[in-house]
Design a binder for this molecule. Structure first.
Ligand code: ADP
Length: 264
């Protein structure tokens, strides 16, 4: 089927928010295709529409114009095929780690004994062996984000939406988690869209980086990350000779998108 390899498509997508102050055009005529198994990052100044795009991909609301497609079919609402990981882990403090990781399974009616075993396996695989019966307050911030990753993977979605999932973490934990997410999503062949303010993270993790500008939100540049960087782990990628070049290009594009401002 034609749409099979194009996991996500935005076709001429525009969105207008309407509230008591009037109507504002948040994003205009976006066209973007993310292939199956591809990792794409969205970067751009505040207000360029990153959250709006993720929300539409997640089916939280339809675009005012154009189409959002998942595997060739219009996205009509939230779907089991799409998982999230956010900056905040949103773990319920009164639930065990296992029950937190299994919450998606519970909602979709798949919380069987076998599925819970699978959750424990997943927790072990993600570096949290034996933590299933612990509670969130017993875990560090980095460990809690690993639980959030397990929770996202437990329902086996095809597409992962990652909204600044590492930005609240200390640098060394962030780098470890980037490697873990990269390795896990690659191994499972997942399609991913990452929103990040960290340009090095975008280059280190992605196949492509999309630069957006604001007022209205639109795509101004698409940067394809060279093969050598893509094939390396995010940690190793940062040490490759071509890395700084790609980072500098992205920095320049972002400055242009921000209208010549100096911060990223
Ligand atoms: P980003 O995530 O890149 O910061 P957003 O998607 O949050 O950008 O916002 C894009 C534009 O839409 C901005 O101009 C923002 O002010 C506007 N916007 C976002 N959410 C709303 C809303 N609920 N009502 C009105 N305007 C909104």
């Amino acid at each position: 089927m034609a749409g099979e390899d194009n996991r996500l498509e935005l076709k001429d997508v525009s969105h207008v928010y309407v509230n008591e102050k009037g109507a504002s055009l948040a994003v205009e005529k976006l066209n973007l295709t993310v292939r199956r198994g591809e990792f794409v990052s969205l970067v751009g100044p505040s207000g360029c529409g990153k959250t709006t795009i993720l929300s539409m991909l997640a089916g939280l609301f339809p675009p005012s114009g154009g189409q959002v497609l998942l595997a060739g079919a219009p996205v009509l609402g939230p779907s089991r095929l799409v998982g999230y990981m956010l900056q905040q882990d949103f773990l319920f403090p009164w639930r065990t780690i296992r029950d937190n990781a299994a919450i998606g399974l519970e909602i979709t009616g798949g919380k069987t004994a076998a599925a819970l075993k699978e959750v424990d396996r997943l927790l072990t695989e993600l570096g949290l062996p034996g933590s299933g019966s612990k509670y969130p307050h017993e875990l560090s911030g980095g460990m809690r984000q690993r639980v959030a990753l397990a929770r996202m993977l437990a329902t086996n979605p095809e597409v992962m939406l990652l909204d600044e999932p590492f930005s609240a973490l200390d640098l060394h934990i962030k780098l470890q988690l980037e490697d873990l997410v990269d390795e896990t999503l690659k191994r499972l062949g997942k399609t991913a869209v990452l929103v990040t303010h960290d340009l090095a993270e975008a280059v280190a993790m992605s196949d492509r980086v999309i630069v957006l500008a604001a007022n209205p939100g639109r795509i101004v540049k698409e940067l394809v990350v060279p093969d050598a960087i893509r094939q390396a782990t995010p940690m190793e990628a940062r040490k490759l000779p071509g890395f700084q070049d790609v980072f500098d290009q992205l920095w320049a594009e972002l400055n242009r998108a921000e209208g010549g401002g100096g911060h990223a």
